[in-house]
Design a protein around this ligand. Structure first.
Ligand code: ZN
Length: 168
């Protein structure tokens, strides 16, 4: 069976095929003649002969070159620095990974290649930031738990000064 998400595609293909067949029958003679002339299959020494035996025979090669060029271009777009107009390979993430930048355009590197000293400094900065964030999160977590305990131990309407377990 056809997967559910492909059904609209299949329906569209069938409709397109029906329309094409309909058009084909309506204009069959005209279309076939047009196709034959323009692909150079009839009237061989006709107006297109020179084209199809000369420049026209190279069209497929231009197509192949075009496909390769497009592929290379897409690859370059994927991996090059996101700074407009920069063609270096972008390997350094910035803004939490939204951008890949070359060393020259990454804000942390100030236009210079990262030195050993810079790597250590940035590593330490990053680590202390992580530690600070973790401490802060743990603090929030502890406070939330305290709040839950406080609310759980105190049924609504009970005065705060009452000692627990004083029932007769
Ligand atoms: Zn760059």
């Amino acid at each position: 069976m056809v997967p559910k998400r492909l059904i609209p595609l299949v329906v569209a293909a069938i409709v397109a095929a029906i329309v094409l067949i309909g058009l084909g029958f309506a204009h069959l003679a005209v279309f076939r003649h047009w196709l034959a002339v323009h692909t150079g299959t009839v009237n061989e020494p006709g107006p297109y002969y020179g084209f199809w035996s000369g420049f026209g025979s190279d069209l497929t090669e231009f197509g192949v070159i075009g496909v390769i060029a497009t592929g290379v271009y897409q690859l370059v777009r994927k991996f090059n620095c996101h700074e407009p107009g920069c063609w270096r390979v972008g390997t350094h993430p910035a803004a939490g990974g939204q951008f890949l930048l070359c060393y020259r355009h990454h804000p942390d590197f100030a236009g210079k290649k990262p030195t050993s000293e810079m790597i250590h400094r940035l590593h330490e900065q990053n680590r202390s930031l992580q530690v600070a964030l973790n401490t802060h999160l743990e603090d929030i977590h502890r406070r939330v738990e305290e709040l839950h305990e406080h609310l759980g131990a105190q049924p609504p309407g009970t005065p705060t000064s009452g000692s627990p377990g004083s029932d007769p």
